[in-house]
Design a protein around this ligand. Structure first.
Ligand SMILES: *Cc1c(COP(=O)(O)O)cnc(C)c1O
Length: 386
């Protein structure tokens, strides 16, 4: 019989064989977009801290003051003794930003999605899900044991056909999608999905992890399509543009109360540390009070796509698809030699044959560095790929 270690070693060898073995690399973020790896300072183009708020003096000050006043951990689930008064303040701020009646904060975005979906739908129900939705929307969908029907990426006609055929056999139906796709940077067609949800009596849920703070005037993807889109379930994270940690659902008061009662990842997991909650509130102050600063990442992404002749960026995420995992890794190494930190993204994070470089733009990257990066990518990576 195989020992446990033989089993693990065999699995790792198989990954290595396919260029899919991953390793943790020690990385220090040293302020602005600077990052130290293997002893070298690189400019990071792969961080989701789009507004560099994790290092903003006001955000740090709020966290430090809260640690001094309230200590470090929260001690228990929010339903026991972990519900610090700062939670209500943060939830009020998020609900205000999204224009929803209420908000419920979770331990992380992943915990939010795996808690929200099973609290809303069960084995009798239907979930119609964009095929490129984030892994944790898939995890939440699977945990619910509902029937999952994926639709082709951003193909509303396909989603409509699935609902037309299957909706009537299920008591409830949920349509779920990323608002901004995490590995592609494109936006979901939320106005059309919202109409689809109304036509088929389905509930629309968006995962706005990459929208809050950076598009739609800082309010996220439901506000990036002209008139605000009717979305009854706005989920998102505090760990990207907000620069801290945690997840949330903005929804009606009834839905949020249901989460506080039935979302297992809220009920059975420890509440966020008070300092993280305080820091998130301070970060929202910056997002709401400094719209020009919040618009910077998207401006930089657009300058990059213009310079490379790529379709105009819709968010601060820009993929350059290279195909094989090997090509993506070689390209990332080349960029590292040039002083840029860019993560190669391989399956299973993206579909087979679409390994890529995923560039993310953030407020503190110097414009000259964005321009030099575009030149290196054009001359050394895209020229070789075509
Ligand atoms: C990062 C991400 C999450 C997970 O959020 P965490 O707070 O990091 O757990 C969920 N959805 C999408 C689309 C993401 O990109």
């Amino acid at each position: 019989m195989q020992s446990l270690d033989e089993f693990a070693t065999g699995k790792l060898a198989a990954l290595e064989e396919q260029t899919l073995r991953r390793r943790l690399v020690e990385t220090l973020r040293t302020g602005g977009a600077a990052t130290v790896r293997r002893g070298r300072t690189l400019i990071s183009f792969c961080c989701n801290d789009y507004l560099n708020l994790s290092q903003h003096p006001a955000v740090i000050a709020a966290a430090v003051a809260a640690v001094r006043e309230h200590g470090v951990g929260s001690g228990a689930s929010r339903l026991i003794t972990g519900n610090h008064p700062l939670f209500a303040k943060l939830e009020g701020r998020l609900a205000g930003l999204k224009g929803s009646e209420d908000c419920c904060v979770f331990g992380s975005g992943y915990l939010a999605n795996t808690g929200i979906i099973p609290a809303l739908v069960g084995p009798e129900d239907l979930i119609v899900l964009d095929e490129l939705s984030h892994a944790c929307l898939w995890s939440g969908a699977r945990l619910s044991r509902a029937t999952i029907l994926p639709f082709r990426h951003n193909d509303v006609a396909h989603a409509r056909a699935l609902l037309a055929e299957h909706r009537r056999r299920h008591p409830h139906a949920l349509i779920a999608t990323d608002g901004v796709f995490s590995m592609d940077g494109d936006l979901a067609p939320l106005p059309a999905l919202s109409r689809l949800a109304q036509d088929h009596n389905a509930w629309l849920m968006t995962d706005d992890a990459h929208g809050l703070g950076v598009i739609g005037g800082g309010r996220g993807s439901a506000f990036a399509h002209g008139a605000p889109v009717e979305v009854p379930l706005h989920m998102g994270t505090l760990s990207k543009a907000v620069g801290t940690y945690g997840g949330y659902l903005c929804a009606s008061h009834a839905v949020c109360e249901l989460m506080r009662n039935r979302a297992r990842t809220l009920v059975y997991s420890t509440g966020l540390p008070p300092a993280i909650v305080a820091a998130a509130i301070a970060a929202l102050d910056v997002i709401e009070n400094e719209p020009a600063y919040a618009a910077r990442p998207l401006h930089k992404a657009k300058a990059f796509t213009r310079s490379l002749g790529l379709p105009e960026a819709e968010s601060p995420i820009v993929p350059v698809i290279l195909g094989s995992a090997e090509r993506a890794i070689t390209a990332a190494r080349l960029l590292e030699e040039e002083g840029f930190l860019v993560a190669p993204i391989r399956p299973p994070t993206v579909p087979e044959g679409t390994a890529r470089l995923r560039f993310t733009f953030s407020a503190e990257q110097p414009d000259a560095a964005v321009e030099r990066l575009a030149n290196v990518v054009r001359d050394n990576i895209m020229a070789a790929a075509s």
